[in-house]
Design a protein around this ligand. Structure first.
Ligand SMILES: [Zn+2]
Length: 354
């Protein structure tokens, strides 16, 4: 970046910051200290911390409440839930952690249009990273009518699925919405939530889009045409989201970017930002414009720097996606939209007034 041009505004629609905290990672440390204090694990080398978000001009993050179901072998956590009450308790702890960061003056939780506007207009040196709270996997909502309570507590986006939840089929867990899941759609809509379709099993995905009439997104999902697993979106699913003016966030996990990438080796390989852009371009081609693709890096979602594209060392390097987007024919405006403005447009439309 030259000194004359200010860095682009980045919005990252998926970071499991509270869960990283549960794993013992200190979000406030600088990246060198964080890495030095993180024991080697399957989670890999960390890439996300507050100083790096600030350095990369990441102005808004969709920060998740994610809790691990004990029954799922893929849940990478020593802490997990057996019951809805436990899921709720653990998710509340994560929400309270975000509140603590806010009370300490480190971040700002964004819940409405007025706060978003104020946040984006803040030009002071002390401006903060804004968090929009996203619940990933709806088991902490103990029964559909409890959705409203989570909205009142500040959650603005709900993705009902992860693997299977009580509400829906999910990744590696095919099937439709359950009876409670169908009820939940009405409660999410009347409460004013944005629906995150990431992780839905295909049948549940279409059930949800039929029953939920509010704003829909896919905070973090890539294209199944390149990476053929049920975790990614088919072309029809991409069209279903973008035709409702929904935005889809590209995930920076090599395993989701390139099926030939060897995740056993856990070393940097030839996956690059050009591969990320290939997915983003495909979403844009299906949508017919470049207003519906954006970033949902998932950078602390169970993988480390070893499993990300070559150009990336930390979350600050999302800025380096810009040249790869330009190479693929994105105009300067398209680049700004893909890095952040497309998500801001969703929030400006979908958040409550005040
Ligand atoms: Zn996820």
């Amino acid at each position: 970046l030259s000194k004359s041009s200010s860095p682009s505004i980045v919005v990252d629609a998926h970071e499991d910051i509270a869960f990283a905290h549960v794993l013992g990672r200190d979000f406030l440390k600088d990246i060198t200290q964080l890495r030095a204090s993180t024991p080697k694990s399957d989670q890999g080398t960390p890439t996300v911390c507050l100083p790096e978000l600030e350095k990369g001009n990441v102005r808004v993050v969709f920060a998740t409440l994610w809790v691990a179901p004990c029954h799922d072998e893929h849940a990478p956590s020593p802490i997990c839930y057996e019951t809805p009450d436990e899921a709720k308790a653990q998710a509340l702890d994560e929400l309270i952690y975000y509140r603590k960061l806010e009370r300490e003056g480190r971040i700002r939780i964004i819940k409405n249009k007025a706060q978003l506007k104020e946040h984006l207009e803040d030009g002071s040196d002390k401006r903060k990273v804004g968090f929009v709270i996203l619940m990933e996997g709806a088991d902490p909502i103990r029964f559909p009518k409890e959705a409203k309570e989570w909205f009142n507590a500040g959650v603005r986006i709900v993705g009902p699925a992860w693997s299977r939840t009580r509400y829906s089929g999910g990744t590696r867990a095919p099937g439709p919405l359950t009876k409670e899941g169908r009820e939940l759609m009405g409660e999410l809509e009347s409460s004013g939530f944005i629906l995150d379709t990431s992780h839905f099993a295909e049948e549940s995905f279409y059930d949800a889009l039929d029953l939920f009439h509010g704003p829909v997104i896919a905070s973090h999902a890539n294209c199944r045409v390149f990476t053929p697993t049920d975790r990614q979106l088919s072309d029809d699913m991409i069209r279903a989201v973008t035709s409702r003016d929904g935005v889809i966030g590209a995930v920076f996990y090599n395993k989701f970017l390139d099926p030939n990438w060897d995740d056993k080796k856990k070393i940097k390989s030839d996956v690059t930002f050009a591969t990320v852009v290939k997915h983003m371009k495909h979403v844009s081609d299906l949508a017919g414009d470049k207003l519906h693709t954006a970033i949902g890096s998932d950078l602390d979602g169970g993988f480390g720097v070893e499993s990300t594209p070559m150009e990336l060392d930390t979350v600050a390097d999302i800025q380096k996606l810009a040249p790869a987007l330009r190479d693929a024919g994105f105009s300067e405006q398209d680049v700004q939209n893909a890095l952040g403005r497309n998500w801001i447009r969703v929030l400006e439309r979908a958040l409550p007034e005040s």
